[in-house]
Design a protein around this ligand. Structure first.
Ligand code: ADP
Ligand code: MG
Ligand code: MG
Length: 199
């Protein structure tokens, strides 16, 4: 079973990996965006880490809801409301249970991804974070390692695609040949889930 500590660990590991990869995320965003994805997420996850320490939420649902709210209020880019929606929707789906199992987590993240697609209007293949998140959620019933592999594969597979949503879509065909920054950070988020489970 997964308790609030597990979800706190997930967010802490995600924050550390965003810190570690911030330059790479920004470099990807400089090729097809406005060169701020790494700093956007660094600011957001630093705020998430601080809030989780200060407010010590007691259930998995509270951890994700609080984290999502922080991302929405501190990330000044498209990715903030989108990641915020992912976590808030997932948190809401977990309700006020003290512990949840992997199947409930998979269902909650599915609700979160549906929320991101509804908010941003992106479908798989549009070269966005959805291209990592959707396959990860599909693979989650097979375990965290499978979800991580699917997310990483999905992120890499955005390279030959033409962007149809977000800033990169303004580039038209010139967006082809670059890995999507948001799909890349989504793969980090899913990898953090596996790291939180094994640590
Ligand atoms: P901004 O584009 O406002 O500077 P970021 O650089 O932080 O925001 O995030 C860009 C990432 O957000 C993109 O690489 C893409 O993965 C994701 N993104 C942008 N628009 C959408 C959308 N409508 N739906 C899903 N993801 C999106
Ligand atoms: Mg950007
Ligand atoms: Mg921006």
């Amino acid at each position: 079973m997964l308790d609030a500590d597990f979800f706190r660990r997930w967010m802490t590991v995600a924050a550390a990996s965003v810190d570690r990869e911030a330059e790479r995320l920004t470099a990807l965003d400089s090729a097809i965006g406005d060169a701020d994805h790494g700093s956007n997420l660094q600011r957001g996850f630093t705020a998430v880490r601080a809030t989780l320490e200060k407010e010590s939420p007691e259930t998995p649902g509270q951890v994700l809801t609080l984290a999502g709210r922080q991302l929405i209020s501190t990330v000044g880019g498209a990715s903030g409301p989108l990641y915020g929606t992912l976590l808030r929707r997932a948190g809401k789906a977990l309700g006020d249970a003290a512990e949840v199992d992997e199947a409930q987590l998979a269902e909650a993240l599915r609700a979160g991804v549906d929320g991101v697609m509804a908010l941003g209007g992106a479908a798989p293949g549009d070269k966005t974070m959805i291209d990592a998140l959707a396959p990860a959620v599909d693979a989650l019933p097979d375990g965290f390692a499978a979800a991580r592999a699917a997310a990483e594969e999905g992120a890499v597979a955005t390279t030959p695609l033409q962007a149809r949503k977000g800033r990169a879509s303004y580039l038209g065909e010139r967006s082809i040949g670059h890995q999507d920054p948001g799909a890349t950070s989504s793969a980090l988020l899913i990898a953090a889930l596996q790291e939180a489970a094994s640590g």
